[in-house]
Design a protein around this ligand. Sequence first.
Ligand code: CUA
Length: 388
Amino acid sequence: MRTMRSRVPRKLLWVVGGLLLTLLLVGCGKDLPQNTFNPAGPTAQSEKDVLIVPLIIAGIVFVGVEGGILFLALKFRHRKGKERMPSQLHGNTRLELGWTVAPAVLLAVVMVPAISLIWKLAQRPPDAMQITVQGYQWWWGFQYMDADMAVNYGDHGPITTADVMVIPAGRTIDLSLRSEGGGAHSTDGTPDHEVIHSFWAPRLFGKQDVVPGAAGEGNHIVFSAWEPGTYWGQCAEFCGLEHGMMKFRIIALNATDWANWVQARKQPAPTPAPGSLAEQGMQVFFGTGPNGAGGGQCIACHSIGGTSAVSTAAPNLSAFASQQHICFAGCDFDTFVPGPNGQLVPNSPALQAWLEDPNAVKLGAKMPDYNLTPDQINALMAYLYSLS
Ligand code: CUA
């Protein structure tokens, strides 16, 4: 202790300690969007209920043990001129039995509600709405699997969204979780970059692993949201460079808004008016423009409802500019931002930077830089913001 004190200035210890404490207290903000202690649905509520008692017991034990250590360390610390050898103890059967049996009993008691909740949450009501959650690097895709959620064009596949999952408030949802890897597939047919993600929206449900291949088939989350609202979520398992930016939103709508949303999502994407900037953007997207106006190979990975763009390697852009599609690129960016008069306007600066050089704004992003010209980017943005 003496040598350490001479090497590390005491002031520095205080500064480091203060910073660590500040960091800890940052987690105590009110009304934060990802607060486990502020549940917005029955699944999160029951998980919080099971969490709270052990947390209180652990808190009491922590304060008792750490307080005791601090007290004893200070009371019996080495003092100059008071050299003495403390009385030497060895073995105290009663104490040792006590601190072995007490935690064992405590754990056994805590286990009962925890295990029964695990069983309860594993039940999948047959009338629940089925949504498949797809973990890609690094964004989330959602497919609505119920028969009445098929689109009314093309192959009549499921309504598909990226970054934002829209649900009806009050309805029980059954999520099937699947990791799709990097989205790009190698030539010999084996999926590429398959990693484990974890799906987590703290106000609605706890974490659940999203596993690639057959191993992940059994992973589900059953939940509902009590009220219409926007709920934040993110990947909760380290899955590569952009793990921290693998975010999503769940938007719960009331019955009318939900019906409108479903109706709109079943339709093919609108076709831009002939001669419009958006039409030029569409040509860039499909790489079909006259006089080399193509150059975008967006069609290679993205899909847009009702067009020949059907690849599932990258986010489905059919609803890019719809009211509920509030964020893009793994929810790194808001799709709309408040304009000068307070109304929402397209977040063109973010989309422009993203299209100019994806890796400059999201390191490790799988979207390549196609060296689009400023004109092509402008047109592409007009097209994307026409998809509502
Ligand atoms: Cu996906 Cu971390």
